[in-house]
Write a protein that binds this ligand. Structure first.
Ligand SMILES: Cc1cc2nc3c(=O)[nH]c(=O)nc-3n(C[C@H](O)[C@H](O)[C@H](O)COP(=O)(O)OP(=O)(O)OC[C@H]3O[C@@H](n4cnc5c(N)ncnc54)[C@H](O)[C@@H]3O)c2cc1C
Length: 459
């Protein structure tokens, strides 16, 4: 049995579903099929609920500062359901010398924060005089060169909070291409930002964005996008190839052909399928796996008001950080209870994930107890161990892979690639890439990479 369609999309995660959404919007009635290997769509996006607590296996939310994601929410009506936690309203903390210190929310607080010494604050301005390095650098090398070594714990916290990654390995060009472009054009990031503001007519930057989720958790986004889509679950793709000018996809549930093929998979799932077409420069990329420990407490336990905290490596903590989930999104715990979600492991500590649930809980509680006023033991606990990790965009592999991808799309007509770890790792990155790929499929050629946005860093 062989089925023919106009478009095959491999992967029923957010990338595949969002590509299908934008494609349907641009070409109503287009005949597409979505092939998903698992028994449910959504991939990394999956909510968890038990005993009145609501948590996440994967993403906890996304910021509402990207046009494509706002469009997706508006198209689906989810903007009316969304729960929003405004960044400007909530404090975010960094572990600094064994205690939680609020991150500065604006320039004035930057002047008074204890996170940097007076000399460290002055050194930030060194960016105005320091020449850019053109070679590929790690996020850490780049930040130390431009702003001084004192900022490294903060850079570490940001890389931990987004990638569960190692700032000494992540590539600045890969994780902040927009920032890097400004720096190269203006010779300084601060000057580049000033020029950008001038070009925008001196407009003040808008309000800080909000973190978005839904009362049912992030899975609501998946359920909404998957509804009515021609999705085949339990259909794992085993091979892709070209035959008679068409793409032919072999799966555990038969073969499919189409002139256009979208591979909307995490980098490490895409590479083995694409190797027969063109051997990739690296066989795989490192992934950062984490465990998410859910801890429910009575609301007699007073958690500091805010989103949560992150712990730079030099603090030698057991947990990478924690989200104060019931502050961000009320309704995630039964009445009179609060929920904290603690992240353990990451790129630098995969060995911690070898511990049993009991050991993980004991070590996490001991760690947290030194930072938060945990006056009583948790009334609820659970360890979630997501199967997949976060692909790391590191020095030495990411640039090679994206060049290779461009070549693949150019040499193989009708082939389009997006997904976890190609153009970023966040939900906004996936939705942005999905819209670009959908435009390319509709136009009949690989869509060019858009302008890299200058993403503000939020912890
Ligand atoms: C623990 C964790 C926490 C995260 N937290 C955040 C966060 O707070 N905010 C944020 O913005 N982002 C976060 N992310 C990232 C976010 O989850 C991803 O950006 C997004 O889910 C990636 O979607 P995707 O469809 O590209 O990949 P995936 O979600 O991995 O989906 C890929 C799908 O393809 C299927 N598949 C794989 N191989 C095949 C095959 N051969 N044939 C058919 N199907 C196949 C898989 O079963 C899966 O369903 C987090 C990710 C993780 C893992």
């Amino acid at each position: 049995m062989e089925e023919s369609h106009q478009v095959i999309i491999i992967g029923g995660g957010l990338s595949g579903l969002a590509t299908a959404h934008f494609l349907n919007k641009q070409r109503p009635g287009i005949d597409l099929v979505l092939l998903e290997g698992g028994s449910r769509p959504g991939g990394a996006v999956r909510s968890f609920s038990e005993e009145g607590f609501l948590a996440e296996w994967g993403p906890h939310g996304f910021l509402d500062n990207i046009d494509e994601s706002r469009e997706l929410l508006a198209d689906t009506g989810l903007d009316r359901e969304a729960q929003r936690a405004p960044l400007g309203k909530f404090l975010r903390y960094v572990c600094h010398r064994g205690r939680l210190v609020a991150l500065p929310q604006g320039p004035q607080q930057l002047l008074t924060t204890p996170l940097l010494s007076p000399l460290g604050k002055l050194r930030l301005l060194g960016d105005l005089w320091i020449r850019p390095v053109t070679d590929e650098q790690s996020l850490g090398q780049w930040a130390a060169h431009r702003f001084g070594a004192e900022v490294l714990p903060l850079v570490d916290a940001a890389a931990t909070g987004t990638f569960a990654g190692d700032y000494q390995r992540l590539s600045i060009d890969a994780v902040m291409p927009g920032v890097r472009k400004l720096e190269m054009e203006a010779g300084s990031l601060l000057r580049g930002l000033r020029n950008k503001k001038k070009a925008a007519g001196g407009k003040k930057p808008g309000q800080m964005p909000s973190m978005v989720s839904f009362p049912q958790g992030m899975e609501r986004l998946i359920d909404t996008l998957a509804a009515g889509k021609p999705l085949r679950t339990g259909t794992k793709v085993q091979a892709v190839g070209r035959e008679h000018g068409q793409w032919r996809v072999t799966t555990t549930a038969g073969a499919f052909t189409a002139p256009a093929l979208v591979v909307a998979l995490p980098v490490n799932a895409a590479l083995p399928l694409l190797t027969p077409l063109s051997p990739p420069p690296v066989p795989e990329v490192p992934e950062a796996k984490i465990a998410n420990l859910l801890l429910g407490f009575s609301d007699r336990v007073k958690i500091p008001y805010g989103f949560g905290y992150l712990a730079p490596e030099r603090e030698n903590r057991f947990a990478m950080g924690a989200m104060f989930s019931t502050h961000m999104f009320p309704g995630r715990a039964p009445a009179g209870k609060v929920l904290i979600e603690v992240l353990v492991g990451g790129r630098r500590h995969p060995e911690r994930l070898q511990l049993s649930d009991e050991e993980l809980l004991a070590k996490t509680l001991a760690d947290l107890g030194e930072l938060l006023p945990l006056s009583e033991p948790p009334c609820y606990s659970k360890v979630l161990r997501p199967a997949g990790g976060i692909p790391q965009m590191e020095v030495g592999s990411h640039r090679l892979l994206t060049d290779w991808r461009r070549q693949c799309e150019q040499t193989h007509p009708g082939l389009h690639l997006c997904g976890f770890g190609w153009d970023g790792i966040g939900i906004n990155d996936m939705v942005k890439a999905a819209k670009r790929v959908a435009a390319g499929v509709a136009a009949g050629h690989a869509a060019p990479q858009g302008e890299a946005p200058v993403k503000p860093v939020y912890f």
